[in-house]
Design a protein around this ligand. Structure first.
Ligand code: ZN
Length: 376
């Protein structure tokens, strides 16, 4: 195992942070997988899953079972890990800029296309290794004037040439669910089975460039740009399977769950050919994939005490009561009903909420939303 430390831009004199990446196997001898934990730094389940993966990957490496390279980033956000304000951990938004740590990853299309221009103009074949080289060069050249920009550059640089990217997150309170690109569903289906996912949310474009999409979308975007420039069809495979894995809720931090999740990830690595071994037995799917545009948030119309009325992971019908908001000043109780049939897969963890809070999310089958599909 090779341990690499990536120094971030120092924000102020006297401070210095670094990212750690652990590299198992031998790069260039097979596929590359990357697993990173807790880009939203206060979403802790991923940190514990990464801890358990570390031991498993070390054992697999000793047994000579790693094909190519598996990279583990055991904490993807040292900036957010250190953001403690009045004894509360703020790991979702960068305090300096207000930006969400899982948004605004660079679109490398134009820079990578420039890098490939001589090859395209000479009529050569645009191969997967050539594209990966171009993407690596484009990521390495990203400007990084701030600590946050340098964190994003380092993370993207580690992942952009991978065949498989698993970005480990969690929701407030939730059952295990996945986000991925629509075109990747056949590749991700075994992961949904192995993890027992209760929802899989698919989108061509979620909006605001989350990390997983920056990695997977690079391929279709680059194919379109190269074709446009060349005036001929240049096809590229969807060579990066990238998934945001939501490891239940923020309090679901237990060795039992983390070992189950780490085992599921290792089995998926075997299924994808990153680790040598017998193909795993795939359990039944626990859900059909649904469009992210069909995931409907229920919004509190006024502030008050939040009372959930629906078990996480349960199927709900349109009109079913999902939650209530109790206004302590008037005694008014507002019932929030599901507008669709679907699965109640995530919900707010606080029990007193201001107006406008998204208190629960229902994965429905119809595309009812458009525009920016992710929450803030
Ligand atoms: Zn997250």
């Amino acid at each position: 195992m090779l341990e690499r430390r990536h120094e971030l831009v120092s924000a102020t004199p006297g401070t210095r942070r670094e990212l750690l990446s652990l590299h198992y196997g031998t790069p260039g001898t097979g596929p590359k997988a990357l697993v990173q934990a807790s880009l939203h730094a206060d979403e802790v389940p991923g940190l514990l899953v990464a801890h358990h993966l570390r031991a498993r990957l070390a054992a697999l490496e000793s047994a000579g079972r790693i094909r190519g390279e598996v990279v583990l980033v055991p904490y993807a956000n040292p900036v957010g890990l250190g953001q403690w304000v009045l004894a509360s951990h703020e790991g979702r938004f960068d305090l300096a800029s207000g930006e969400n740590f899982n948004r605004h990853y660079a679109n490398l299309t134009l820079a990578a296309a420039d890098h490939l221009a001589p090859l395209v103009e000479s009529g050569g074949t645009v191969s997967v290794p050539a594209v990966r080289e171009a993407l690596r060069a484009a990521a390495a050249a990203l400007p990084a004037p701030t600590e946050l920009a340098s964190l994003r550059r380092e993370l993207l640089g580690l992942a952009i040439d991978a065949d498989l990217v698993l970005d480990l997150h969690c929701d407030n309170e939730a059952v295990l669910h996945l986000y991925t690109a629509t075109w990747l569903w056949p590749d991700v289906e075994p992961l949904a089975r192995l993890t027992g996912s209760r929802a899989v949310l698919l989108a061509d474009e979620s909006g605001e460039e989350p990390f997983d999409e920056a990695c997977s979308s690079a391929w279709p975007r680059l194919a379109a740009e190269l074709s446009r420039r060349a005036g001929r069809a240049i096809e590229l495979p969807p060579a990066c399977v990238s998934v945001t894995v939501e490891l239940r809720g923020e309090r679901d931090v237990e060795h039992g769950l983390a070992t189950v999740d780490a085992d599921a990830i290792v089995r998926y690595l075997v299924a994808r050919g990153h680790v040598a071994g017998d193909a795993p037995v795939l359990p039944d799917l626990q859900c059909e994939p649904t469009p992210l545009a069909g995931s409907i948030p229920l919004v509190a119309p006024h502030g008050g005490v939040l009372v959930h009325c629906c078990r996480l992971g349960s199927d709900v019908r349109r009109g079913d009561r999902v939650a209530e908001i109790v206004d302590p000043s008037t005694g008014v109780v507002t019932a929030l009903a599901s507008p669709v049939d679907g699965v109640c897969y995530a919900r707010e963890s606080r029990r007193f909420v201001p107006s406008g809070t998204r208190v629960a999310k229902i994965a429905g089958r119809e595309r009812l939303r458009s525009g920016n599909l992710l929450s803030d």
